[in-house]
Design a protein around this ligand. Structure first.
Ligand code: F6R
Length: 368
């Protein structure tokens, strides 16, 4: 049942190229001229043209996908987006209006807080779109429309392929919407779709380099605490990488926006502290390097996950680099998260933990 893999998590990490392709299947128009989302029946192009703001609501890993979703929608559709943790959103009196689109993201479609947020959004008259992996789940049944991620069953408690297929869903939805409101040119839409279509093969390339990540993970497993830093979507991926590591290896870690380190956290950086730096945003490269220098000046050791174009520049400050294939800056999370998943997996393995069933956690959280 594990298809020759030792754990479901490793199997599911390796299934990501297929999950990306399955989530794209049937949704790309001929010649990459646009995106087809025939499942949107209530949230029609006319409805999308009237939307003035977006709330993305989810828990845990799905919330981290929502942070990337925020930047994709802002980038492609030019509409303000807020992303919230469902258990916070419900209680802070969010301003939900009929021209608000609320997007709930849930792998299982059964998470209690996410479902309650969906109901609240509907009560306020907002349009509600679900992104879920389970057809016929509560979230799918109650939302106005649903975009299904075709990641296939996810058995390991730690979410991997469900998260990345949520990223693909956000990419496609943001381009579909961009076409309706003409926020991007045909040319630009085609350019992005070509880059999206290349992602599965690029993930395969990353997966083929797991030996390096295994070695790095075994080294990280000797430490009690480490940090993830990044800016922009690299920060969103830092949060996800840090959660995954905590969840299955029980190693304490924190994710920080790189520019925030010097506002307090830098006090914790001392000789030998491992720091995983996500460095994929060309516009932020100089700033990111100077944040990395703040770390190395205090003895911190940096493992950088960096895009092809900046590897030499970043290697001057990092102790070691892992090089990602080239994609568009705002699509990079679909690649950069994969090495962090493998680091979490191999760190957990090195420490002898139950990778697929971490202590204290359940796959589907139906209590509030
Ligand atoms: C972490 C993880 C959880 C879930 C969260 C929401 O690896 O899987 O953080 O993402 O419990 O679950 P869903 O997406 O089913 O609503």
């Amino acid at each position: 049942e594990k298809g020759g893999y030792d754990h479901f998590m490793l199997k599911e990490i390796n299934e990501q190229p297929k999950a990306y392709r399955d989530t794209m299947r049937g949704r790309l128009r001929e010649g990459l001229s646009g995106v087809k989302l025939t499942e949107l029946k209530v949230i029609t192009p006319e409805v999308l043209r009237e939307i003035r703001n977006v709330h993305i609501v989810a828990c845990g890993t799905a919330y981290h996908a929502g942070l990337v979703g925020r930047s994709l929608i802002e980038h492609n559709v030019n509409i303000p987006v807020e992303t919230d943790v469902a258990s916070e959103y419900r209680y802070r009196k969010p301003i939900i209006k009929p021209d608000t689109l609320v997007i709930v993201v849930s792998q299982s479609g059964e998470t209690a807080d996410t479902l309650a947020a969906l109901r609240e959004a509907k009560r306020c008259g907002a349009s509600v779109l679900a992104i879920t992996n389970v057809v016929g789940s509560s979230v799918a049944r109650e939302a106005d429309d649903t975009i299904v991620t075709w990641a296939g069953p996810e058995i390991a408690v730690a979410s991997t392929k469900a998260y990345t297929s949520q990223l693909i869903a956000f990419m496609l939805f943001s381009l579909y919407w961009a076409e309706q409101v003409e926020s991007l040119s045909q040319e630009e839409i085609r350019h992005q779709l070509a880059a999206i279509e290349a992602l599965p093969e690029q993930v395969e390339l990353i997966l083929s380099q797991e030996d390096q990540l295994k070695r790095v993970a075994e080294d990280m497993a000797k430490h009690n605490s480490l940090f993830f830093i990044g800016r922009g979507v690299d920060y969103a991926v830092s949060l996800e990488g840090s959660l995954k590591l905590k969840e299955i290896s029980y190693i304490h870690s924190e994710a920080y926006p790189a520019g925030e380190l010097k506002h307090g956290t830098l006090a914790l950086i001392e000789e030998g502290v491992p720091v995983i730096a996500l460095v994929t945003q060309p516009a932020l490269i100089e700033k990111m390097i100077s944040n990395m220098q703040e770390v190395t000046a205090r003895g911190g050791r940096i493992f950088a996950i960096v895009d092809q174009a900046h590897k030499e520049q970043v290697a001057k400050t990092a102790d070691e680099v892992f090089v990602l294939p080239t994609t568009l800056a705002h699509l990079s999370p679909a690649l950069s998260v994969v090495p962090t998943q493998l680091i979490a997996y191999y760190a957990s393995l090195a420490l002898g933990h139950d990778v697929d069933k971490p202590r204290n956690l359940a796959k589907s959280v139906t209590v509030e």
